[in-house]
Design a protein around this ligand. Structure first.
Ligand code: GDP
Ligand code: ZN
Length: 326
């Protein structure tokens, strides 16, 4: 069924109502209303965890706008252990991606950091890593780079990788090494996850599910299974929030695992290479794209070793890809 088209005025009114309900949610005067955390969202329903860690299936009141995993909400209890979400609290941040109609859709809210998982098996792609970092810079979140499957690396290989990744550490992105097959190889990751809310992204096959399974106590995995069972089969692609024993949360978001392949603009690419920033504005041409232009400060910095030439060529490759996509 086609959606009824709203006039601009109607949209503004709805927006104002939504804002009002967000704000009024700060004051809960009705005892039937409670606060909760959305741990999974699917279509017109969500699973909310109340302040006593009880899970409630909730419907969503119309015109509330989007509800996503990680949202703090106000909900009312109905019969049969069901509820209805009546307001969404203000968000610290929200990650959104364009859907197939190129409309930007939020999918997770209130996170602190993005864990970019990569591994030498299938292969270590620095180019893809750079794309993930651009998205992280676009949304101003902290990124942590995880190199998984250390158990499969020879000592030589490991040294070689540590050397390559030192560039990223110097840029301020922590790099940690893990193995989902060895207990002691998870300590560093656990420390980094701490009491933060993290989302895990990375190419398929690098070991994200294996790491999450190792990080969670049995109980939480059961919660995940339960929420999936209750929602039916399609939900394998929806995000689920799990509580970690370290006090933080981790959001497993299978549907956005190709995150590194989203549309990104040229301005976002330039902004995402943070080490270029001191040189921007110092090229001969104010609109220099750091490709073939003469007197380019970024290219000169790469020649002098102040910028890693691999990162410069990664940037140049992304611009070339952008040109062929459009
Ligand atoms: P995902 O697609 O990123 O979620 O990756 P999976 O967790 O499904 O893992 C893909 C494959 O790699 C599976 O066969 C895992 O058993 C394997 N795997 C995951 N982590 C490790 C690891 O640290 N070491 C080794 N040797 N294999 C791993
Ligand atoms: Zn330049």
């Amino acid at each position: 069924m086609a959606k009824r088209k709203l006039t601009r005025q109607q949209r503004q009114r709805i927006h104002a109502q939504q804002e009002q309900s967000r704000q009024s949610s700060e004051i809960i005067d009705d005892t039937a209303q409670q606060t909760g955390l959305v741990i999974q969202h699917h279509g017109k329903q969500a699973i909310v965890e109340d302040t006593n860690a009880r899970l409630i299936h909730c419907k969503i009141r119309q015109n509330l706008g989007s509800i996503v995993c990680g949202d703090q909400v106000v909900w009312e209890e109905k019969e049969n252990d069901e509820g209805i979400i009546v307001a969404v609290k203000g968000r610290r941040n929200v990650l959104a991606r364009p859907d197939f109609r190129r409309q930007v859709k939020p999918f997770v809210a209130n996170i602190d950091q993005i864990i970019i998982v990569t591994a030498t098996e299938p292969e270590l792609s620095l180019h893809l890593l750079d794309r993930y970092l651009i998205i992280t810079e676009t949304v101003s979140l902290d990124a942590i780079i995880v190199i998984n499957k250390t158990d499969l690396m020879s000592q030589n290989k490991r040294q070689q990788i540590e050397q390559t990744l030192s560039t990223y550490e110097q840029l301020g992105y922590p790099v940690i090494y893990t193995s989902a097959k060895i207990d002691d190889e998870l300590n560093q990751l656990q420390t980094k996850l701490g009491d933060h809310a993290s989302i895990m992204v990375g190419q398929s096959g690098v070991g994200k599910s294996s790491l999450i399974n190792r990080l969670l106590p049995d109980l939480d995995i059961k919660v995940g299974k339960l929420t999936q069972a209750n929602h039916g089969k399609h939900t394998t692609s929806t995000s689920i929030l799990y509580h970690l024993p370290t006090g933080g949360d981790i959001i497993d978001s299978p549907g956005i695992r190709d995150f590194g392949l989203w549309d990104i603009s040229e301005a976002q690419i330039t902004n995402g290479f943070i080490e270029f920033r001191p040189y921007i504005g110092q090229c001969r041409f104010h609109n220099c794209r750091h490709l073939n232009e003469p007197d380019c400060a970024v290219k000169q910095a790469a020649k002098k070793g102040e910028i890693n030439p691999l990162r410069l060529s990664s940037y140049q490759q992304m611009l070339a890809e952008l040109a062929t996509e459009n």
